[in-house]
Design a protein around this ligand. Structure first.
Ligand code: SF4
Length: 324
């Protein structure tokens, strides 16, 4: 729906924050929904962000439009912050527009910006207005941990993590929320998990990830990104013509980094990055962390690679990489 968010979570795959500028035309979103309904009848969507509630009225219109095109909206995601006030009224309006379920974020990353009490207030209101099936808490596994800290104020991640042993932190990062090593999450994980040298990571099958339609991400400008390769779009605005994308693919000669990954594997991108002056880190948590770090370097080199998108993600990671 939009990349701007009220929070700046340290695990965010898309580097969302309040500073991200949204430049979104509502007609474009309608057009996108129409294209999706035409190309993939019966498609199931999750409406995500950023924080979708930042444009509340527009969200309601989008939900209603999607329903009119027989698109199933499985849920809309929210961090809850914009439902703390006028909670019932907003939830009823969303329900009247046709939204049946909300994914409510619950984690120590989100709780740097919202108190436990406020999250629980929104959680109970969702159940009371949309019903038990109307709530998708992500992830309830954190509630017992978060309940041990003060309930009425947000909590710094450092203060939260200080209570746990390293193996408990690893379990929480990998076993509860399955944080993906992309976006800010890659650098967060690198502070807590075992690191491996680049040469051990080249055997990943990126073709399978980049060709997979599962949990694909379609953004508000109509760009198509596969589920976990954030920052690497397939073509330009291809979601307006998914039938064409699936039938013809893209011309890889326009996307040199994607071409390298797909034809030569991650090792080929590594050789190219080294030629350009990339200096490897001491280690990486996964191939996707290595891939992102190389792309970050190449983005800053000055040459324009159209597959490196969105710009704000790379700018954000370049600015904050040391502090993440
Ligand atoms: S290494 Fe890069 S291209 Fe391959 S799956 Fe990970 S993010 Fe995608």
């Amino acid at each position: 729906m939009n990349y701007r968010c009220t929070f700046r979570c340290r695990h965010c795959l898309y580097g969302s924050s309040p500073e991200v500028k949204d430049d979104i035309r509502e007609e474009q979103l309608f057009h996108l929904l129409d294209s999706l309904a035409h190309a993939l009848p019966g498609i199931v969507l999750h409406l995500g962000g950023g924080e979708p509630m930042l444009h509340f009225e527009r969200l309601c219109r989008i939900v209603a439009h999607a329903r009119s095109r027989d698109i199933i909206i499985e849920y809309a995601e929210t961090n809850g912050s914009l439902l703390i006030d006028r909670t019932e009224e907003k939830l009823k309006t969303l329900g009247d527009a046709g939204l049946e379920r909300l994914l409510l974020s619950i984690s120590p990353f989100h709780h740097e910006f919202i108190s436990y009490d406020d999250t629980l207030k929104v959680l109970h209101a969702i159940i009371s207005i949309l019903g038990e099936e109307g709530l998708f808490p992500w992830h309830p596994g954190f509630l017992p941990y978060l309940s041990k800290f003060p309930h009425d104020v947000p909590l710094r991640l450092e203060d939260y993590l200080a209570w746990f042993k390293p193996y408990e932190i690893k379990y929480q990062l990998q076993g509860i929320m399955h944080i993906h090593p992309g976006g800010r999450g890659a650098y967060l994980l690198a502070r807590h998990l075992r690191l491996m040298p680049a040469e051990r990571l080249f055997s990943i099958n990126c073709r399978a990830s980049l060709a997979s339609p599962i949990h694909a991400h379609i953004d508000c400008q109509g760009n198509y990104l596969t589920g976990f390769c954030s920052g690497l779009r397939i073509g330009r605005n291809e979601a307006f013509d998914l039938e064409g994308l699936f039938a013809r693919g893209i011309d890889l000669s326009d996307f040199p980094l994607l071409e390298r990954i797909l034809r030569g594997g991650l090792g080929s991108l590594y050789d190219f990055a080294l030629q350009k002056g990339y200096r490897p880190l001491e280690g990486y948590v996964s191939p996707c962390h290595l891939c992102l770090d190389m792309r970050l370097f190449l983005y800053g080199e000055g040459e324009k690679y159209p597959e490196l998108y969105p710009d704000f993600l790379y700018e954000e990671l370049r600015r904050h990489r040391q502090a993440l």
